[in-house]
Design a protein around this ligand. Structure first.
Ligand code: HEM
Length: 439
């Protein structure tokens, strides 16, 4: 396959200023253009720092897997510690490995059997509040649903008002995330009361979750693992960091994935109809079982195609801690390396007609000829998303439960515009019409 390698990319001061301006205005376009201009190994010099954008699957595999020891998380996630503390997402090295080993059992494939009924029951309760013909804000709806699922699955309880408090604080923190990125002392940051308030509110929810009596299921849930290892492995601070990480990482990305799925389905009624045919035939009015999740193959293709075309994690950064070489290019220690799901998932060398939403592309040859890291919505290597199976199971079952009971249609002719923030969010909202199915 043609790779369009650029081994000695040119770096121009003019390009750099133009690039920064473009990133400020539209990061998705800026990264796409940079990759088009400079190829698979784009290089920008920002002050004294080197920044590389790696867009070829082989290079991405080098960073995430083959040379993962040469890299740590990028500066932006390092600074996210101000919000998340030192949890699984932000820790490094031996500390990260030990945390991951301890927490992994809560995410084994077999555990999905326990989570699935919680996902289904929460979905049914949620969608039974919809009224026929109503306009709903699907991004908001999916955010509330996945947050409740995360609360029950990981913490075995949903304390009164917890969901409301978490959503509100999340919105504030996401808005103020650029502030968290600046190297400011805590005293300056506390001048922004909403930032401190959001942090305090999340701390209160965390406290409540730790104290609240948990359901029977929680005897094996994440919260139980955390409590069991309190003192021996985790300090109070680390427990708080983990609860916060799983609260936030455990619902926001999946909610966005589902909102993007519904936006795509509303605008592609022929795909939605095929989804309904699959769900009706396999499930009827039954709730999906783990076995059904494997059999809902068209539903899975829709989820994968949405992860390709609207990846909730749209770019990932790493910082080189040693000098190294990738694709013949010297990467000096201290450089920032970016890999963008948005850029690589839209590359026409790997995907025919990449701008088209076409779930069928995941059914046949096209998928088999795909290089391993041409599709990496959950990252890869030792930092691969711990919640991948959970998120896939959740997305498939929520789609199936809703598709059986409702038809979703658009309120406007155009798809929602993606806005890259910490995650890929809709620019405004995803307003859609829900019509009860006569089944
Ligand atoms: C569609 C849904 C999701 C997407 C697209 C997604 C994406 C990602 C990506 C790309 C990474 C790697 C980041 C990096 O290497 O820099 C990651 C890591 C992580 N994700 Fe997810 N995620 C999703 C759902 C979830 C869920 C449901 C959970 C919690 C149960 C979760 C928890 C985490 C955690 C804790 C990490 C850090 C893992 C580590 O470093 O060991 N994610 N996620």
């Amino acid at each position: 396959m043609e790779t369009n390698l650029v081994l000695e990319p040119a770096t121009h001061k003019k390009t750099n200023l133009r690039f920064l301006w473009k990133v400020f205005r539209n990061p998705l376009e800026a990264l796409t253009e940079l990759a088009h201009e400079q190829g698979d190994m784009a290089h920008i010099k920002l002050r004294k720092r080197d920044l590389f954008l790696l867009s070829h699957p082989e290079f991405i595999e080098q960073v995430l897997v083959k040379q993962q020891g040469n890299f740590i998380k990028g500066p932006s996630l390092q600074r996210a510690r101000i919000i998340l503390g030192e949890g699984l997402l932000t820790s490094e090295g031996e500390e990260h490995l030990a945390q991951r080993r301890t927490l992994q059992p809560a995410f084994h494939r077999q555990r999905m059997e326990e989570y699935l009924p919680l996902m289904n029951e929460n979905t049914l309760v949620h969608i039974s509040k919809w009224t026929d013909g109503a306009r709903v804000d699907m991004s908001d709806e999916m955010m509330r649903l996945t947050l409740n699922i995360a609360l029950w699955s990981f913490f075995g309880s949903a304390p009164k008002d917890a969901a409301e408090q978490v959503s509100k604080s999340m919105q504030t923190l996401i808005k103020l995330f650029p502030l968290a990125q600046l190297p400011l002392p805590e005293s300056v940051r506390s001048l922004f009361p909403s930032f401190s308030e959001a942090k305090a509110s999340l701390s209160a929810v965390t406290e409540a979750l730790l104290k609240n009596p948990q359901s029977e299921h929680a005897q094996r849930a994440l919260i139980h693992i955390l409590k069991e290892n309190h003192s021996a492995q985790f300090t109070d601070e680390q427990i708080h960091a983990h609860v916060l990480t799983f609260l936030l990482a455990g619902h926001e990305t999946t909610a966005l994935l589902l909102a993007w799925c519904w936006d795509m389905l509303a605008h592609h009624p022929e795909v939605q109809m095929k989804l309904q045919v699959e769900v009706d035939a396999l499930l009827g009015d039954r709730f999906p079982t783990p076995d059904d999740i494997q059999k809902l193959s068209y539903t899975r293709m829709i989820v994968k195609e949405t992860l390709r075309i609207r990846p909730p994690a749209w770019a990932m950064g790493r910082q080189a801690i040693h000098d190294c070489e990738i694709g013949g290019q010297h990467i000096p220690a201290g450089s920032t390396v970016l890999m963008s799901q948005w850029v690589t998932h839209h590359d026409s060398r790997f995907y025919e007609a990449p701008l088209l939403f076409r779930p069928e592309r995941w059914s046949g040859l096209e998928e088999h000829s795909l290089p391993r890291y041409a599709f990496f919505p959950f990252g890869g290597g030792n930092r691969i998303c711990i919640g991948e199976h959970f998120a896939m199971t959740e997305a498939i079952t929520v789609l199936a439960m809703i598709a059986r009971r409702w038809t979703i249609s658009p309120t406007q002719s155009a798809l929602a515009t993606p806005k890259p923030s910490v995650t890929l969010r809709p620019y405004k909202s995803v307003k859609l019409i829900v019509t009860r199915r006569a089944v």
